[in-house]
Ligand binder design. Structure first.
Ligand SMILES: Nc1ncnc2c1ncn2[C@@H]1O[C@H](COP(=O)(O)OP(=O)(O)OP(=O)(O)O)[C@@H](O)[C@H]1O
Ligand SMILES: [Mg+2]
Length: 303
């Protein structure tokens, strides 16, 4: 199958004033398959927006290739299959939301007959119907962000490239954007979005890539990352067994009950001892490293 987004050994060197060079991308490679929601996680300055701008054909890579659905990004046709949310969208704020979406549809060559239906569709999808006749300057931050997302969808593209879609939103706004991304996934679309917030990726992504200083440092499914992060278990027992195993910690024992921290590697031994002493298990809670500590470890600021 042709990847929806493919990035092959991409390098970007910015040439600043006084001949100063910034190596923003140091040879990154990445394939995103159709229907996949991919989270591009990285700290400030990691190279997320640079990668995205290359994909949109807004800047040229120094070396390497990138393609959308097999079409090289240097070909303007690649842009037509992308819905793009820039990092700081400049929406024409004297237009109403509806006028703005019509304008965007026109730039994609949509006809006067198809435009009203599609504009209505995205206005309802993003809960902007009531505000459609108001100028964008009167919109709240969350509404502007929803309008930004709406304009990615007017021409109903297959691939969505969103640069920090949840930035600056309150928890309700973030939840709405996550739900929109899930909706795109249900519709079989491909979503590539950047963020520096780990909670965003855990909730919506199939796979995630971590970029640090222009290099991809990790690339895996969220499921695998969470599974590899299982560190141990907290076990509550109806009873207080004799337990003298290194690494197993008695958290509490009182009134004939006990709680234990059991490292993953000691779990079988622990359960065997418990079984031998005919003690009942009341509850087992998995203790795992979350995406946040995984991310912080990679970025190098981990505890
Ligand atoms: N036009 C430019 N000229 C020179 N350097 C640039 C330019 N744009 C970006 N850079 C540099 O390239 C590196 C990557 O920047 P980029 O904007 O891609 O990071 P980012 O991961 O999107 O960060 P953020 O989370 O802050 O948005 C940074 O060191 C940045 O200073
Ligand atoms: Mg950025």
């Amino acid at each position: 199958m042709t990847p929806a987004v493919s990035i092959n050994n991409l390098t970007k060197v910015y040439k600043g004033r006084k001949g100063l060079k910034v190596e923003a991308l140091k040879g990154i490679s990445l394939d995103i398959m159709p229907g996949e929601v991919f989270g591009f996680l990285g700290p400030n300055g990691a190279g997320k927006s640079t990668t995205i701008k290359v994909l949109l054909g807004l800047i040229r890579a120094t070396a390497g290739e990138a393609a959308i659905g097999g079409t090289p990004v240097s070909n303007p046709a690649a842009r037509r299959s992308i819905g793009y949310l820039p990092e700081n969208p400049a929406l024409y704020d004297s237009l109403t939301g509806e006028e703005y979406l019509k304008f965007v549809g026109q730039t994609f060559g949509m006809t006067e007959t198809e435009l009203p239906g599609e504009v209505n569709r995205v206005l309802s999808l993003l809960d902007l119907k009531d505000a459609r006749k108001r100028p964008v300057r009167s919109y709240s931050k969350g509404m502007v962000q929803r309008l930004g997302l709406a304009q990615t969808m007017v021409h109903n593209p297959d691939v969505y490239i969103l640069d920090e879609p949840m930035s600056g939103l309150d928890p309700i706004g973030r939840a709405q954007v996550k739900e929109i991304i899930r909706g795109l996934k249900r519709a079989g679309k491909t979503v590539f979005f950047s963020t520096h917030i780990t909670g965003d990726v855990e909730a919506v992504c199939d796979r995630l890539g971590v970029i640090v200083s222009g290099k991809i440092e990790a690339l895996d499914t969220v499921e695998n990352i969470l599974r590899s992060g299982v560190e141990g278990y907290e076990v509550r027992l109806e009873g207080v067994p004799d337990m003298h195993e290194e690494g197993i910690v008695n958290i509490m024992s009182e009134a004939g009950r006990s709680a234990w921290y059991v490292p993953a590697a000691k779990f079988n031994t622990f359960m065997q001892r418990v079984g031998e002493q005919a003690v009942q298990v009341a509850d087992i809670e998995t203790k795992r490293r979350d995406i946040e500590s995984f991310f912080l470890d990679i970025v190098g600021k981990g505890p």
